[in-house]
Write a protein that binds this ligand. Sequence first.
Ligand code: SF4
Length: 253
Amino acid sequence: MIEVIARPKKRLFLALILASLFLATLSTYGLWMVSFPGLANISTFLPVVLGVLLGMVLLAIGIGVGGIILAILGFSTLSLFQGPAWSAINLLFPLAIQIGKIFDVEKERVERSFIEVSNYLIHQKHIKVSPDKLLILTPHCIQQELCQYKVTHDIANCRKCGACQVGDLLTISEKYGVHVTISTGGTLARKVIKTLRPHAVLAIACERDLTSGIQDVFPLPVIGVLNERPNGPCCNTRIDVKRVEEAVKDFIS
Ligand code: SF4
């Protein structure tokens, strides 16, 4: 079955993250109200201390969400808000997924919207790195499943036969002098990042892996490129090679 992926909208993720912030604020206030009498029995100061602490956490998350919105609106505030913004996303993302479910928004759509937001924010920072500090990371399912060559250990083993796009990635790697790694899983991907210590990553994967990968490796800047799945998930997946090349040029020029 061929999957047709609609271009995601940033506003879906933003709306859900704002709804999550609202819900988190309400729940925190409820928690504080419930614990108020018990704490007041111990000391009159305790409810105030807890209230201030909870308020500070919510304020930090609110500043983070505000930072993302301002950055998307074109204000150059991201470096200032970067830390709180990503902490806010990490904290509120699971809640955003659940709220999406209530409104019948599938998880993949929320993740695509998040990737779009993340790419936009990275793009806005105009990050430039030297080619040897850029890593293209792609999952193993991009390789033709019947191919006999072991490219996960060394992509240079690819014969560029044209049966899959590993050859195209190898060509990009040779043309621009950037690293390319074909990873069999998240653990290996993390190990490669630890070894190569890139300053930026161009990650190719499905919604779930891109979302968790982008969040996992923060503050390392990651541009996410969704793979195409004409044969269903995890089997002979494809990529838009032009888009990958454009992203590489964006990072290194
Ligand atoms: S392009 Fe490379 S990895 Fe893909 S099938 Fe041919 S030899 Fe194998």
